[in-house]
Design a protein around this ligand. Structure first.
Ligand code: HEC
Length: 322
């Protein structure tokens, strides 16, 4: 019944709704969060307050999207909205009643409109999304300052199906990019868009995407990358060669790819590798033994051990842990 009414309304007022001005995060939402929430919900290191309240940092787009409190397009299912409309007497109301709560009706309405409208961070003008410089290299990227991630870059990646989250609350500038339920429709073109956030990206999960060798050219420029998951992609030795300059790489999963012993030379150069997963690749047992000699401190996993197996559960969080 609800669905029928809903579609009737959309049919009847669809054009009106489309004409409603969309909410701009930077000028309409960020100022409210800054005035009413960020004293408590910040990841910025302050001596008095080492951790954001409720483990939730509301002062950067990545913080807001990592907290699990936002269901883009659905305010009624977003903790970020539901906490605002609780009765004043409820202990869970945000901001707390003795710390500025509740928000005004107008503030609540605009936050609702923003979430219902997709909870984007882009300025809408597209101006914030700069062209990716053609001459980026792993070395130039690692020399760049990792400041606050460009909100337009974050919005853009979300729009093409990526999940963008903060590595941790204490290092909010470092990002994890993954395609969780959208991997099957993600190819080299989408993956190259990660470069919009190049200096911020430290972990990338491309498992089961349509990545090819060519797509690894872009990945090879992510100079800060420490964790890379390429499992069950179509990459080969040719593609792996593009990763030669990723000197910070500590964790690499090649499970289910066609890489062979020809890649050993490249892999042996990654001296910081702590873990390498090569189960179900064409690397031979002899090749793996040779590699163990070149990388004595690296854990090289050739079997379907429990750790490699956990990648079947793509929803699981912190899957990059050792
Ligand atoms: C005076 C400090 C303070 C202010 C101001 C404040 N919060 Fe909170 N917030 C907390 C604390 C403490 C918690 C954790 C306890 C709880 O869940 O109620 C919390 C929890 C939350 C949660 C739940 C987190 C989760 O993971 O479930 C949300 C959502 C939230 N706050 C949103 C907001 C928003 C939005 C604002 C501003 C409109 C705001 N808060 C302002 C202190 C604050």
């Amino acid at each position: 019944m609800r669905i029928v009414i809903g579609s009737f309304l959309v049919a009847a007022f669809g054009t009106l709704a489309a004409a409603a001005p969309s909410v701009d995060f930077k000028t309409q939402i960020a100022p409210i969060l800054s005035a009413k929430c960020n004293d408590c919900h910040t990841a910025k290191k302050k001596e008095s307050d080492k951790k954001p309240k409720g483990g939730l940092a509301l002062d950067t787009p990545a913080g807001i999207t990592s907290g699990g409190v936002l269901e883009a397009g659905d305010a009624e299912n977003s903790e970020l909205f539901l906490r605002l409309i609780l009765p004043k007497t409820d202990d869970d109301i945000m901001p707390p009643t003795d710390d500025g709560g509740p928000l005004s009706k107008g503030e609540i309405a605009i936050i609702r409109q923003w979430i219902d409208g997709g909870a984007g961070f882009s300025s809408g003008s597209g101006k914030g999304l700069e062209k990716i410089p053609a001459d980026l290299t792993a070395a130039t990227v690692s020399a760049m300052r990792a400041g606050e991630p460009n909100p337009d870059g974050v919005s853009h990646l979300q729009k093409i199906g990526a999940t963008v989250s903060q590595l941790s609350l204490v290092d909010p500038q470092y990002l994890v990019i993954e395609w969780i339920s959208t991997y099957h429709q993600t190819g080299d073109k989408e993956i190259a868009e990660i470069l919009h956030l190049a200096p911020n990206v430290v972990e990338v999960d491309l498992a089961r995407t349509k990545l090819t060798d060519d797509g690894l050219k872009a990945i090879g420029k992510l100079g800060r990358l420490t964790h890379l998951n390429l499992n069950r992609t179509a990459i080969t030795d040719d593609g792996l060669a593009h990763l030669a300059d990723l000197r910070s790489l500590r964790w690499l999963n090649l499970y289910g790819t066609a890489v062979t012993d020809a890649s050993l030379v490249i892999l042996a150069k990654h001296k910081k590798l702590e873990a390498l997963y090569i189960w179900d690749t064409k690397i031979t047992p002899e090749g793996a033994d040779k590699l163990r000699k070149s990388l004595p401190d690296t854990k090289i996993v050739r079997e379907t051990d429990a750790k490699a197996g956990r990648f079947d559960n793509l929803e699981k969080t912190r899957k990059f842990d050792f």
